[in-house]
Design a protein around this ligand. Structure first.
Ligand code: KG4
Ligand code: ZN
Length: 336
């Protein structure tokens, strides 16, 4: 079964064709980053307008690269939340029209379900149960993935998401948007010589808190000579937050007795994090760089597994800025 996956929840217009949830035939990503650079972050109104302009050529290109005709697809999967509501509406409206026009099922996909599914595209035999840790711009969440689409929340950030903390700290360091990759590059030239608070919360907690570290970075950056200390500050931030992430993973493995954890979301693209993950005494999986950040293939894959479970969406599907992964039932009706 071929599924078209569409993703427009933030600053990427993306579309992909995926076979049977596992094989990427095309994966086209148009990034709006240059559009938002002058503003230091994503401007939702500009993002929405740009998605409107780009969605048709991006979807056409996904069909062209896959060598697939529109009539050959079996369903259209689309991110319906969470994310920026204007950008989401563009993808959802486009997907609805295409599903209606081609007379194929529409499948609303939770964005995080997509990020986790990036691992199904990367590890052909991977199936639940496993632990999942999502580290993106909007989420830092631990889940127990009991079966396809069945998520138990184990812990989450109490303030900033890790990607959000990277972006805000990068700004304090005078680095451009998007902060995460720029901060990673800067950290390569420095040493973690500055001490920052290691916020682990209660002994058994799987929650995160990154706002204290963020504030400490702001205070530090005003105290030192930023020009000479920028790289050391970046390295210190990165080592501190990743020491917290790896400690929390150890806790999660211990608590659940699981031996396997998948990491997903934009921050999983960080090479230093990957090095540290590889040292953990467990099977730690993460997708290749190309599908760590937002893309349509992961949405098509997640959509495939929803479809397999008989979950399709009505044409009244709406975009939702906030949507919990453990209660997505209102996205779906029974297929067919
Ligand atoms: O998953 P994603 O593409 O979009 C969301 O769903 O949020 O994640 C984007 C986030 C941004 O905060 C970005 O700064 C961060 O992931 N990110 C990184 C890296 N690449 C992207 N953070 C640290 N190191 C990176 N290499
Ligand atoms: Zn994302």
């Amino acid at each position: 079964m071929l599924i078209l996956g569409i993703e427009t929840s933030c600053d990427e217009t993306a579309a992909a064709i995926v076979r049977n949830g596992r094989e990427i035939l095309s994966n086209v990503i148009y990034t709006q980053i240059p559009l938002h650079i002058p503003f230091g972050g994503v401007v939702p109104e500009l993002a929405s307008r740009n998605h409107v302009e780009k969605i048709t050529p991006v979807v056409e290109e996904a069909f062209r690269q896959a060598g697939v005709k529109k009539e050959d697809i079996g369903a259209v999967a689309v991110t319906s939340g969470p994310g920026l509501v204007g950008p989401l509406i563009v993808g959802v409206s486009f997907a609805k029209a295409l599903s209606f026009g081609l007379n194929v099922p529409l499948i609303g996909v939770h964005h995080l379900d997509g990020h986790i599914a990036a691992n199904y595209l990367s590890f052909q035999d991977l199936e639940p149960p496993f632990l999942a840790l999502i580290l993106s711009g909007g989420h830092s969440h631990f889940y127990n993935v009991k079966s396809f689409g069945d998520y138990e929340l184990l812990g989450a950030t109490r303030d900033d998401a890790l990607g959000e903390a990277f972006d805000k700290v990068a700004r304090v360091l005078g680095l451009p948007y998007p902060g995460g990759p720029h901060l990673e590059k800067m950290a390569l030239q420095g040493k973690p010589v500055h001490e920052l608070p290691i916020t682990l919360l209660e002994d058994d907690s799987l929650d995160f808190s990154f706002s204290g570290i963020k504030s400490a970075m702001k205070v530090l950056s005003e105290k030192v000579d930023l020009e000479t200390e920028r790289a050391n500050l970046a390295a210190s931030f990165q080592e501190t937050v990743f020491s917290i992430v790896t400690e929390k993973i150890r806790r999660a493995l211990k608590r659940t007795q699981e031996k396997r954890i998948v990491i997903a979301g934009g921050v999983a693209a960080n090479q230093r994090l990957r090095e540290l993950l590889d040292e953990l005494p467990a099977e730690v999986l993460y997708p290749p760089l190309s599908i760590c950040t937002d893309n349509g293939a992961m949405i098509a894959s997640a959509g495939y597994y929803s479809f397999q479970q008989g979950k399709c969406s009505p044409l009244t599907l709406n975009a939702k800025a906030n949507l919990s992964l453990s209660s997505t039932e209102d996205l779906w009706i029974t297929c067919g």
